[in-house]
Design a protein around this ligand. Structure first.
Ligand SMILES: Nc1ncnc2c1ncn2[C@@H]1O[C@H](COP(=O)(O)OP(=O)(O)OP(=O)(O)O)[C@@H](O)[C@H]1O
Ligand SMILES: [Mg+2]
Length: 424
């Protein structure tokens, strides 16, 4: 092998990618096309905070599936809307406390995260109650005359653990409180709005919640095209791509064209595809992205889906019985990796329920659950011949490595209080 091999790579530098950072999934872009309406609505919900800071409590609930811009729109609104205008109009500062509820799924750990990492208050050795934690946060802000936008991201994960008490805590933070000013304001980000409502018993609070809800629809292919075009202009060399490449990606992922894909309508997935396609072109010494690069990117990303990154979040949204049913399927797939007839899964599910000490759901409900999981892209169904019999039936399988998926299902069940030692 001669050393010229490397010359080509190092002599030219990047040929396609001009600014790699702008293709990174964590980089909040300078513009967010097709979220103008949602951003305006968000700004409207926080109007009184800018007009009369501290007088009223402002919050919003944002819902939508993965990759549709919930997190970045919120940060974008904070940076370009809220913080800027509060400073300009009132001379006040507002800090952003962005809490990931996958990592911090209890009230205590949410508040501890705010204290430790955002306000840099060390946690005392003795455990504090949530009320005490909140008091410290409020006092801190009061002393410095600051405000806080608390973003509870992926809040549905925390709700699955602590349900009602959690929503009530935040929604009623200022009821009967002695705080001088209302300094903490909240954006809840969830997959489904229903989850938020389910955990609020008070009718009035429910109505209030509805009026503060903004749903983010998955993007259509033409919206994805605009987003990609905008991002490509910022991140790639002008001559390195053409519209056809961007359309190819947009059509693969657009919600209007491919609604059953787990990632359909996801801008994150579209931008990742563009990035992988660009890298593939560069790795082959080319300075233009081709449709073939897009296909390679698709292959790489769908395979990576195999490590469950994408599906993990969908699993969190399943109810306990769906998880037990899925576990039954995964048990059987060990013996029969090709797929399992639905009737056989139901038998296994009854046994699993017995071990778990719960009453199994009725036959029709079980079939409904399978249909739901199929819609969410968790299981696949084909109608086929049943082994060692003449009949045909729905045969169910999964697209992801069953072992890894089974571990993940057991982990979630454990978190929900099931004795997994028996189930595993
Ligand atoms: N309208 C848009 N314009 C430009 N970029 C966008 C837009 N919407 C989303 N993106 C980009 O897509 C990626 C995913 O967005 P974001 O992380 O905000 O999604 P999300 O809805 O929070 O997803 P998840 O539920 O998986 O956390 C980010 O890189 C973001 O910058
Ligand atoms: Mg997010």
């Amino acid at each position: 092998m001669s050393s010229e091999l490397f010359d080509e790579i190092y002599s030219g530098g990047h040929r396609v990618i001009k600014n790699e950072e702008l293709l990174h999934p964590d980089t909040v872009p300078p513009r967010m096309p097709h979220r103008e309406e949602e951003l305006k609505k968000l700004a409207y919900l926080f109007m009184s905070l800018v007009k009369e800071p501290g007088e009223t409590f402002n919050f919003a609930v944002i819902s939508g599936k993965q990759g549709v811009g919930k997190t970045h729109s919120t940060i974008f609104f904070y940076e370009h809307g809220l913080a800027k205008h509060l400073k300009e109009k009132q001379g006040k500062e507002i800090i952003l406390a962005h809490v990931n509820c996958f990592k911090n799924s209890t009230l205590n750990s949410i508040l501890a995260t705010v204290l430790n990492s955002m306000l840099r208050v060390p946690q005392p050795a003795r455990g504090l109650s949530p009320k005490e934690q909140l008091d410290i946060i409020m006092n801190r802000l009061e002393r410095k005359d600051r405000y806080m936008l608390l973003v509870l991201d992926d809040f549905h994960v925390a709700l699955q653990r602590q349900g009602e008490s959690l929503t009530n805590f935040f929604v009623r933070m200022y009821e009967d409180s002695e705080y001088k000013k209302k300094r903490v304001h909240v954006v809840f980000i969830v997959r489904d709005f229903d989850v938020m409502e389910r955990y609020l018993s008070d009718q009035k609070a429910k109505l209030n919640l509805k009026s503060r809800h903004i749903h983010f629809d998955p993007y259509t292919s033409s919206q994805l095209f605009d987003i990609l075009e905008d991002r490509a202009k910022l991140a790639l060399y002008e001559s390195s791509y053409d519209e056809e490449v961007l359309w190819e990606i947009s059509r693969m992922i657009g919600y209007d064209v491919n609604p059953t894909l787990p990632d359909s309508g996801s801008a994150r997935f579209a931008i990742e595809m563009l990035y992988y396609a660009a890298r593939n072109a560069e790795e082959h010494g080319r300075s233009q992205i081709t449709i073939d690069d897009v296909r390679v990117a698709w292959g790489v990303l769908s395979e990576r889906g195999g490590d469950l990154i994408r599906i993990s979040e969908a699993l969190e949204d399943l109810n306990d019985h769906q998880l037990l049913l899925l576990l039954s399927l995964l048990n059987l797939l060990k013996l029969d990796p090709e797929g399992v007839p639905i009737g056989r899964i139901e038998e296994e599910y009854r046994e699993v329920c017995e071990v778990a000490g719960v009453e199994p759901r009725k036959h029709t409900q079980v079939y409904q659950y399978v249909t739901d999981m199929e819609k969410k892209g968790i299981v696949d169904r084909i109608v086929g011949k049943v082994k060692n019999s003449k009949g045909r039936s729905s045969i169910i399988s999964v697209r992801y490595p069953p072992d890894a998926m089974r571990r993940r299902v057991l982990e979630i069940l454990k978190r929900r209080g099931y004795n997994v030692a028996h189930l595993a």
